[in-house]
Design a protein around this ligand. Structure first.
Ligand code: PLP
Length: 400
């Protein structure tokens, strides 16, 4: 018998070598108690959270929690069914209404996760014989959606408008084409030049899908994302998003003005063949989305946090993923995985949690300490974070 697990041997070996150095397993951390969107107890220690996707700090919002509790009481703990059978409750429709209002779009479809939204929409609209043209640094859910739909995948260099245009021009003019972009790329926290990319996509007859997972709620005047900030939201055919970041719960969605959009509810397998979100989740999501429409003060504070942290880390001598702060994500580039893991652990001992990101999730084989800020981080917490980075960085020898 061939052991089907033998393909994982190199990864098992790499992991064992790393753990043999005595470093804490960075992928096995337990949040023993969560006190607020920015503070938790980890390993018995009060820890500032700088590695969540809780950008707008909605997880402990009073109205959001009350809506969830109320729905739990009135509708029970789960739907036990698909959206197309017994799994569409009033709350799912209300959540879709909130999304339509939030984006000012005609249609909204709620999925059980953002992963499934990408999987479902991409695989359903781009099938055999069609082309998906995507940024090489696209999220795994985008690649998996392409694989599931059997479309031809054409990747182009990250954020390179010319490369996108060249690829598009080489494709048969009559072929179906979907250009898939992200507003904010989550590893380095950099923003896409959507305006130019959408222009060349349209000039070459392609439809455009933008995943705004890391920009919803924060970027753009109304928090609609990078396409709104760059003034091109009306040219986007499909926006994908998630409830697991700024919205503060779990779930995914697609919004669109396409007149035939509703047919997707019958043909999109990751929508049809899975149970719908629990009533408490859609109630919290709908409440959160409606509150995010009024989130301009929080957005301004989050930008302030991002600027202060970016400048502070750069002044300390860390190498960052972007020259300027472009989003709520600030990536600190580590020399290698071993030093990255040591730095991650040193920060945890200081009482600071960040994400350790490593290949294959990261571009160019980089090891990153990804810091993601929250609108609920106070400016005092941000300066505390900088102090902890300085002490840990000097201890590990990453900065002088
Ligand atoms: C760009 C992007 N799209 C989609 C997703 C999937 O979102 P979810 O957590 O809702 O499955 C993520 C999650 O990290 C993401 O970064």
């Amino acid at each position: 018998m061939t052991d089907l697990f033998s393909k994982f041997d190199p990864l098992i070996q790499q992991r064992e070598t790393l753990l043999a150095t005595g470093v804490t397993d960075p992928y096995n951390l337990v949040m023993e108690k969560v006190i607020s969107p920015t503070v938790a107890i980890c390993n018995g220690r009060e820890t500032i959270l700088l590695g969540t996707y809780n950008y707008m700090g909605m997880t402990f919002d009073e109205d959001v929690i009350a809506a969830g509790k109320d729905a739990l009481d009135k509708f029970g703990s789960g739907t036990t069914g698909s959206r197309v059978l017994n799994g569409t409750y009033q709350g799912h429709k209300e959540c879709e209404e909130a999304l339509k209002e939030f984006y000012a779009m005609d249609h909204a479809m709620v999925f059980s996760t953002g992963y499934q939204a990408n999987l479902g929409i991409i695989s359903t609209i781009a099938g055999k014989g069609d082309y998906v043209i995507l940024d090489i640094d696209s999220h795994a859910s985008i690649y998996d959606g392409c694989a599931m739909g059997n479309a031809e995948i054409v990747a182009f260099r990250h954020n390179d408008v010319e490369a996108l245009e060249k690829r598009l021009k080489r494709l048969p003019p009559e072929a179906g084409k979907l250009v898939v972009l992200e507003g904010v790329y989550s590893m380095l926290g950099d923003v896409a030049p959507l305006k130019e990319m959408i222009r060349v996509s349209k000039e070459n007859g392609a439809m455009v899908l933008v995943d705004e997972a890391h920009s919803m709620g924060f970027i753009g005047e109304n928090g609609r994302g990078v396409a709104e900030a760059q003034g091109v939201i009306d040219d986007v055919d499909f926006i994908i998003g998630t409830f697991s970041k700024s919205v503060g719960t779990v779930g995914g969605f697609c919004v669109s003005n396409h007149p035939k959009f509703e047919i997707l509810r019958l043909v999109c397998r990751p929508y049809v063949f899975t149970a719908s979100l629990p009533p408490s989740v859609v109630a919290t999501a709908a409440t959160s989305i409606r509150k995010l429409m009024q989130g301009s003060n929080k957005r301004a504070h989050l930008w302030e946090n991002s600027k202060v942290l970016h400048k502070g880390l750069r002044d300390l001598g860390f190498t960052l993923g972007t020259d300027e702060p472009q989003s709520a994500i600030i990536a600190v580039i580590m020399p290698d995985l071993e030093q990255g893991a040591m730095m991650w652990e040193a920060l945890l001992e200081e009482g600071l949690y960040v994400n350790l990101a490593r290949p294959p999730a990261t571009p160019a084989n980089m090891t990153l300490l990804r810091c993601s800020l929250c609108a609920e981080h106070t400016i005092e917490q941000v300066s505390e974070i900088l102090g902890r980075f300085e002490r840990a960085g000097k201890r590990i020898g990453i900065i002088g």
